[in-house]
Design a protein around this ligand. Structure first.
Ligand code: NDP
Length: 397
């Protein structure tokens, strides 16, 4: 029986709140706080089952978060606001002695970096305070990291090749929309790609490496190598990995829109003077694009995300594919939002449960693959994200 504070009331916050409310034996009291309280109130009303309190907080403001934590006394703060808020919320957790969890690495506002350095720098301070920070407990990072840890624990003595494959085979009927926060999404995919090869990073131009990969129940989709943050911690935590790549699918229509957005300067993250006011083009673009949280109603199709792994077991070569397929419509029927928010929010709730029930424990800053994957893998299916595995496939990557 534990109190949890959820910060952020977007698509992911909605799913985390809904799923925590479904599990009262673990989450005895839930406070959902965000910049706009009315959004928390809507979530509480629609999916809170009468169990969610709400509050307003500016999570960029450490004293405000500290005051909120002190007034509610949670055991864990689940941060599903934006990556910009990671450090202020970690600071507030340190000051109040409360455990921390998030689903995305810290990002400075003015520079797209996608690296853990800032958060890993909190290691000693979290240790000294006797609390834990769990980084990246969504789907990717999150479940993909746990799949890798599960493979390493049960099926490999050495992992040599890791390909994380992320397919959204869904259709939301809009000409262009992103599936999670547009600002973060567009920053992520427009920067240079990177993958790990023989002990160092190989840089690629955006969308330079392309291959049609086959996804279960979806078929062949054009997939592109891009950099994704879990690669950084996975190659550190599994040093036998010789090559680690992240693949994501994009349709031609999406890429055409993206190219135009870039060419006309709308993906810029530096300030531009407009009528005497500084505006960030990408922030403005977010304001006119569809809200990812509202895409669910007409969203058809499935996501398919998994890990394709090659390595050695008992001296023999082994291949392994572990994945989840999630239906946008099933996610919408259950939580009122689409599959990408769902596949992020469910693992965040379950990771929180792992921490609060002591299945994941320790002090300091952790990426999720550092914990025992078994209790998480045993439960994730019954919370809505069942997984499948296949051995000795002829993997295409
Ligand atoms: P949204 O933009 O839909 O929601 C973000 C929420 O955070 C909004 O409610 C917003 O408030 C709130 N917020 C923003 N700034 C502040 C602030 N200063 N103080 C308090 N609240 C604030 O994003 P998503 O729900 O799509 O994504 C949430 C997080 O999940 C992101 O960090 C994203 O990167 C991550 N993510 C992780 C994935 C994974 O698999 N690991 C996949 C998808 C997303 P307001 O409504 O007022 O704007």
């Amino acid at each position: 029986m534990s109190k949890v504070l959820i910060i952020g009331a977007g698509g992911v916050g909605r799913v985390v709140a809904s799923k925590c409310a479904d599990n009262p034996d673990v989450f005895s009291e839930i406070l959902l706080a965000s910049r706009t309280k009315s959004k928390c109130d809507v979530i509480a009303k629609e999916v809170g089952k009468g169990r969610i309190q709400t509050a307003q907080v500016d999570a960029d403001n450490v004293p405000e978060v500290v005051a909120l934590i002190n007034s509610f006394n949670p055991e864990l703060v689940i941060n599903v606001a934006l990556p910009y808020q990671d450090l202020p919320i970690m600071d507030a957790c340190l000051e109040t002695g409360v455990n921390y969890m998030d689903t995305a690495n810290y990002e400075p506002k003015d520079e797209a970096k996608f690296e853990y350095s800032w958060q890993w720098a909190y290691q000693e301070r979290f240790k000294e305070k006797g609390i834990m920070a769990v980084l990246g407990c969504g789907f990717d990072p999150g479940v993909t990291s746990i799949y890798t840890a599960y493979a390493a624990k049960h099926h490999f003595d050495e992992i040599h090749y890791l390909d994380i494959v992320d397919c959204n085979g869904g259709d939301h009927g809009k000409a262009f929309a992103t599936n999670f926060n547009p600002e973060i999404n567009i920053r992520e995919i427009t920067q240079n790609g990177r993958y790990w090869k023989d002990g160092k990073w190989v840089e690629t131009k955006p969308f330079e490496i392309k291959k049609a990969l086959n996804y279960p129940n979806i078929g062949a989709r054009n997939s592109y190598v891009l950099y994704h943050e879990e690669l950084e911690s996975l190659v550190k935590n599994f040093p036998t990995i010789k090559q680690a790549r992240f693949w994501m699918t994009f349709g031609d229509e999406y890429l055409t829109h993206l190219r135009v957005i870039q060419n006309i300067g709308m993906s810029r993250i530096d300030p531009v003077k407009y009528k005497g006011v500084d505006i960030i083009p990408l922030e403005f673009l977010k304001a006119v694009l569809p809200n990812p949280g509202d895409l669910g109603e007409n969203y058809t199709g499935e996501t398919s995300i998994g890990c394709r792994i090659k390595g050695l077991k008992d001296g023999k070569e082994q291949t392994y594919y572990v994945w989840n397929n999630a239906s946008h419509q099933v996610a919408y029927q259950e939580t009122g939002t689409q599959g990408v928010s769902y596949t992020t929010g469910v693992p965040a709730m379950l990771g929180a449960k792992m921490v609060l029930t002591g299945k994941w424990s320790g002090t300091g800053v952790f990426n999720v693959e550092e914990f025992d994957p078994d209790p998480f893998m045993a439960e994730i299916g019954k919370h809505g994200l069942p997984w499948n595995e296949e051995f000795n496939l002829d993997l295409e990557v």
